[in-house]
Ligand binder design. Structure first.
Ligand SMILES: [Zn+2]
Length: 488
């Protein structure tokens, strides 16, 4: 009887071949949406691998979540790995699918204390069209503030439901952009990683994140992969290079402010190569090394568990940083590695334009709550709901200590001199006054679990805030009060 059962399992597995080679390092073709859904349907197994639909895209495709758990309620360390927000950045998805294959074949690879949630393809419409944007032409990794897209809404619903202790976003960058090839170079690393860095994330989470980024270096070296901390910017020595944006419209900081130890991984692709996927297997291997490294051992997981649980209960800081930017304190000279295309040599280019110090240039006292004026309530409601924020719609006028904020101007263009993002909102705070908030005002208190997200969405004094976005830009008139006030 037992033998018959075993044979049945073996034949089921044989009937569901994975859409990639047994040795992932030989991959040269990414897995399509149709191949992925067929594979996940076949590999699902009660008590080990569960696949659920968490949303539908504009073009009707499924946003799928795969849960791997063999410890039941003993699996207290919750992990969320998500990939392919940008449809043409594929290696993270492929790496996650090979991990699922491995665990399906060898469940003992999954530690019993790990509750592992994977969203391998967040943007199936973009994946099918091999483009960055989703089916509505939106960039999902700039939508974590407004959550206007079904794919990001699905991700955040999942994240609020499971509250991961560890979260990883997965992307790819171009190694052979024109600014590099014009110099006879390409970007050096095959794979990069960075931790979340938003000022509202407690320092102990950021420190643990950077430790994990550094500790991955010998593992990648041993596997023969070039690796660095993830950065953005142009080639050295003249262009600025810095860790990724400290703002919150991306997934990494978005998950970080939910209290997860949060990372981004970016593998490097040679877009100009005759066959850009020729080294897909190496990128997938680099990804797998980092995914497994971040899962770590029991000691690491217990430490991250405690840090994330602590971050979740951490009281708000007394001040909110509103103007934050990367700088190089003291003008330190460092070096940046590039690959010389003609020779394959690694060059170390000295530069004083590597900005790794996060400077806070302005802060405001943390309010008790925010108030949204009734005329704009309908505009803000979908955002509050997509973010899962608690609020109250006033049914009677309410007296409150109100600090209103006047918009002086929106600085629209990208700032070349300071290499800052465009759409800065320059504001002036008014002295607080006792006022009657009218009926229909939405009051969003900060004594709630998701207070940090409420601040990111609503704080009117942020230099980079809501009013740079279409749909909200129209509600910000230079010289007039912004529709959100600060309550004390
Ligand atoms: Zn990307």
């Amino acid at each position: 009887m037992i033998l018959v059962f075993l044979l049945a399992v073996v034949s089921l597995t044989a009937a569901a071949p994975a859409p990639f080679p047994a040795d992932h390092r030989t991959m040269t073709k990414t897995v399509s949406y149709a191949e992925m859904t067929a594979f996940l349907t076949a590999v699902a197994r009660p008590g080990l691998i569960t696949v659920t639909e968490e949303g539908r895209t504009h073009q009707g495709r499924q946003v799928l979540l795969v849960r791997l758990n063999r410890g039941g309620t003993k699996a207290r360390f919750r992990v969320l790995y998500y990939a392919q927000q940008h449809g043409n950045e594929v290696a993270g998805k492929d790496a996650l699918l090979t991990l699922i294959r491995d665990i399906a074949q060898h469940p003992e690879l999954l530690p019993e204390d790990v509750d592992l949630y994977l969203m391998p393809m967040l943007n199936p419409d973009g994946a099918e069209a091999h483009r960055r944007l989703n089916g509505a032409g939106e960039d999902l990794n700039r939508d974590h503030l407004l959550l206007a897209q079904p794919e990001t809404q699905a991700l955040h619903r999942v994240a609020r439901r499971i509250r991961p202790h560890l979260a990883v976003d997965s992307h790819e960058f171009g190694r052979d952009g024109k600014d590099y090839t014009d110099r006879g170079w390409e970007a050096w690393p095959l794979i990069t990683m960075d931790a979340a860095n938003h000022p509202l994330i407690p320092d102990y989470l950021k420190t643990a994140g950077l430790e994990a980024v550094a500790a991955a270096a010998p593992l990648q070296k041993k596997a023969g992969h070039t690796y660095a901390r993830y950065s953005v910017g142009g080639p050295p020595p003249d262009e600025e290079i810095r860790p990724s944006t400290p703002e919150v419209d991306d997934g990494r900081n978005g998950m970080g402010t939910l209290g997860a130890l949060s990372f981004i991984i970016e593998a490097g692709v040679r877009h100009q190569a005759k066959e850009p996927q020729a080294d897909l297997g190496a990128r997938v291997d680099g990804y797998r090394i980092l995914y497994r490294h971040l899962l770590g051992d029991r000691v690491w997981r217990d430490r991250v568990y405690k840090l994330a649980e602590r971050a979740r209960r951490e009281p708000l800081p007394p001040f909110i940083a509103t103007n934050v930017f990367w700088a190089n304190l003291g003008g330190k000279v460092t070096s940046v590695k590039v690959l010389e295309t003609a020779t394959g040599r690694v060059l170390e280019v000295p530069t004083a334009n590597a900005m790794t110090d996060l400077v806070v240039k302005g802060s405001v006292p943390t309010p008790r709550a925010y108030a949204i004026e009734p005329a704009l309530a309908a505009r803000f409601l979908p955002v509050l709901e997509a973010q899962g924020l608690r609020f109250e719609a006033l049914s009677a006028p309410r007296r409150a200590r109100v600090e209103r904020v006047r918009l002086l101007r929106l600085e629209e263009p990208y700032d070349e001199l300071y290499q800052r993002y465009k759409d800065r909102q320059i504001v002036e705070r008014q002295a607080p006054a006792d006022l009657d908030l009218p009926v229909g005002t939405l009051v969003v208190p900060l004594d709630q679990d998701l207070a940090r997200r409420a601040i990111q969405v609503l704080e009117p004094c942020l230099l980079y805030g809501l009013y740079g976005y279409p749909g909200f830009r129209e509600s910000a008139k230079p010289g007039a009060f912004l529709p959100v006030s600060r309550l004390f």
